[in-house]
Design a protein around this ligand. Structure first.
Ligand code: NDP
Ligand code: MG
Length: 397
């Protein structure tokens, strides 16, 4: 029996906990492989990390935490003798490139996941990618690194997993990638209502249970904008070949249109364990814990155009996907900061996207940036957003 050593970076998050569940399931049902959680990382939720690891019959070899104080706390309460605890971004990079690791699940949220994801790609691993922000910030760098290392980059994001599944063998070039969007909690809200949206209402997603940052991104539809950029790099197609349609039931996860007009779609219940498992076991398909769609019920699956006026994030996403260069790093950083400020009650919901656009327009664009340039602009955009929120009184409630 072969062994699959898996490093789950961001194990305490929504994708991370679902991945741990999938690993346990695969370990039970896969006759060909033993599935080991070789390393797990957490950031602030140390008690949850301990609880997750307590539930495993084989604890991971490595645990990565963000700082030395967390490590002291964790070691004193939860660590076992066999567990090696390391800290900081460098430790994430080390684990992601450790020769003993076969698969890295990149499930840290935001730009914080960039270096470890890049390291996994550089070391030629199979990378199961949830952290879309890595592609948004550095898609061209990731693709260049992939060409050299021969790593496998398999999408976890449900839309991109769907497209990957619809594309099948690479003999036919797609004409369009059609990303579906649930529309989020404010799909039918007016612009005036959205102006008054509270963090609680924005966090109340109708179909998906996810971490707070991506849930706010779904409400602004910045998540779809980020996914357009992610698709542009993952499938190496220009922005004009990508479309977004609203599909409130979140059953059709995306579609591909081919040259003859034929459209292939992927359908399944809205449960991330399916795309996570497929990224781990590809090209094999094994029994999944997610129950299949209930075909005894009447299905009402609807598609409608996205409203780009009420959701200006979409135009922004297409512009950034077309521009490439430094645009993604700036918009991503501005968005991460603005979402944080909105959750703290410091800016309005409807300030998030205009803040990102202002940063995009005020930055000095470079078409072929290095990693250092991208990281410098990431820091610049975060400072710009903080400045706008402090100086610009109308941004405050
Ligand atoms: P969560 O907020 O639920 O989890 C984020 C994870 O990242 C946690 O493990 C968290 O640790 C860790 N983390 C946060 N900040 C840092 C940091 N500075 N350094 C190191 N680790 C950190 O997010 P999700 O699981 O929802 O999303 C993860 C990624 O997957 C995102 O990029 C998202 O866009 C993408 N994604 C998520 C989907 C979903 O259904 N949730 C669907 C498709 C894509 P801790 O909790 O211990 O603080
Ligand atoms: Mg998605």
């Amino acid at each position: 029996m072969a062994t699959q050593n898996v490093a789950v970076l961001g194990a305490t998050g929504s994708i991370g906990t679902a991945t741990l569940d999938v690993l346990q399931h695969l370990d039970r049902i896969d006759g060909a492989n033993q599935w080991n959680l070789w390393a797990a990382s957490g950031h602030a939720n140390l008690d949850l990390l301990a609880k997750l690891l307590d539930g495993l019959h084989r604890p991971p070899r490595r645990v990565v935490l963000s700082d030395p104080e967390s490590a002291i706390h964790f070691r004193s309460r939860h660590a076992t003798a066999a567990m090696q605890i390391c800290t900081g971004p460098d430790a994430l990079v080390e684990v992601a490139s450790d020769p003993e690791v076969d698969i890295v699940v990149a499930a840290i949220v935001g730009r914080a996941g960039l270096e470890s994801t890049l390291a996994a790609v550089e070391s030629g691993k199979r990378v199961a990618l949830a952290n879309k922000e890595t592609m948004v910030v550095g898609g061209s760098l990731v693709n260049a690194t992939l060409m050299q290392s021969g790593a496998e980059l398999l999408p976890i994001d449900s839309e991109h997993s769907a497209i990957f599944q619809c594309l099948g063998e690479k003999s036919c070039k797609p004409r369009k990638l059609i990303l579906t969007a649930s529309g989020g909690p404010f799909r039918s809200w007016s612009a005036a209502q959205m102006d008054q949206a509270t963090p609680d209402s924005a966090l109340d997603h109708p179909t998906w249970d996810m971490g707070p940052k991506i849930t706010i991104d779904s409400a602004t539809m910045m998540n779809k904008a980020l996914e357009v950029i992610e698709a542009r790099w993952l499938f190496d197609l220009p922005a004009e070949s990508i479309e977004v349609v609203v599909h409130p039931q979140s059953i059709i996860h995306s579609m591909v249109e081919f040259e003859d007009g034929s459209v292939i779609a992927q359908l399944s219940p809205p449960d991330m364990r399916l795309p996570i498992q497929y990224a781990l076991t590809y090209p094999r398909r094994l029994a999944c814990q997610v129950p299949p769609l209930d075909r005894e019920q009447r299905w009402d699956l609807t598609l409608e155009p996205a409203d780009r006026e009420r959701f200006p994030a979409l135009d922004l996403g297409f512009e950034v996907a077309a521009a490439g260069g430094t645009a993604g790093a700036v918009v991503n950083a501005a968005n991460e900061s603005a979402v944080g400020l909105f959750l703290e009650g410091k800016i309005r919901f409807t300030d998030i996207v205009p803040t990102c656009r202002t940063c995009l327009e005020n930055h000095s664009f470079e078409p072929n940036p290095t990693l250092e340039t991208l990281l410098r602009l990431d820091r610049w955009a975060r400072k710009e957003v903080a400045k706008q929120a402090n100086v610009d009184r109308p941004l405050r409630r």
